[in-house]
Design a protein around this ligand. Sequence first.
Ligand SMILES: C[S@@+](CC[C@H](N)C(=O)[O-])C[C@H]1O[C@@H](n2cnc3c(N)ncnc32)[C@H](O)[C@@H]1O
Length: 187
Amino acid sequence: MLDPKIDSFLKELEGFARENDRMWNIPPETGRFLHMLVRATNAQSALEVGMSNGYSGIWIASALRSTGGHLTTLEADPWKVELATENFAKAGLQDIITIVEGDARENLGSLEGVFDFAFVDATKDQYLTYLKLIEPKMAPNSLIFADNAISHGASMQDYFDHIQSSSGLEGVMVPIGTGVMMALKDA
Ligand SMILES: C[S@@+](CC[C@H](N)C(=O)[O-])C[C@H]1O[C@@H](n2cnc3c(N)ncnc32)[C@H](O)[C@@H]1O
C-alpha cells in the first residue's frame, strides 16, 4: 500500500503542477502503475530519464523503499534538480535516490551497475538514443517503460521500430495515462 504521507504529498505536487505548467508530470494513474510494477517485480535498481521536480520519481522510489531498492534519476534543468532535491527530502526518500544532473545523452553511458527497471520520460525524439545507451545496462528480464507513447507517438516512431525489430526486446503498448510503451529485455 502507498504510504498515506507520500500519497498526500503526491496530491500536493499535483496541485503545484496545476499552477506550474512546466512540470510535465505523469498522470497519477501512470505513477500508480509504475509503483505497482516496481513492487510486483521486486525491482532493486531503477533508472529514470527525465525527472522534472521528482513527481514520478517519488512514485517509483516509494515502491523501492519496500523492495530495498535504489533509484538513479537524470535531469538536465538545474531548477528542476533543485525542486526535486527538496521534494525527495520532503518525501523522506533522499537516501535511496541519486540525481544525475546534465544531459542524459552524455551521462547515461557512464552510469555504473545493472538496472532492472527503467522509466523514460524526457525529450520524445531522443528516446531511441536513450534506449541504445540504456539497453546494455539492463538485466535479463528487466522492464523499460516509455511515457507519452500515445500522446507523442509520432515523435517516437523510431523507438517503436527499434523495439519491434530487436531480437532482444519485446514491446507492448499500455493505454494508461498518455500511453506507456512497455518493453521487456529478453534473458
Ligand atoms: C516530461 S518531463 C519529466 C516528468 C517527470 N518524469 C514526472 O513525471 O515527474 C521531461 C523532463 O526531461 C528533462 N529533459 C529533457 N531532455 C533531457 C535530456 N536530454 N537529459 C536530461 N533531462 C532531459 C526536461 O528538463 C524535463 O524536466
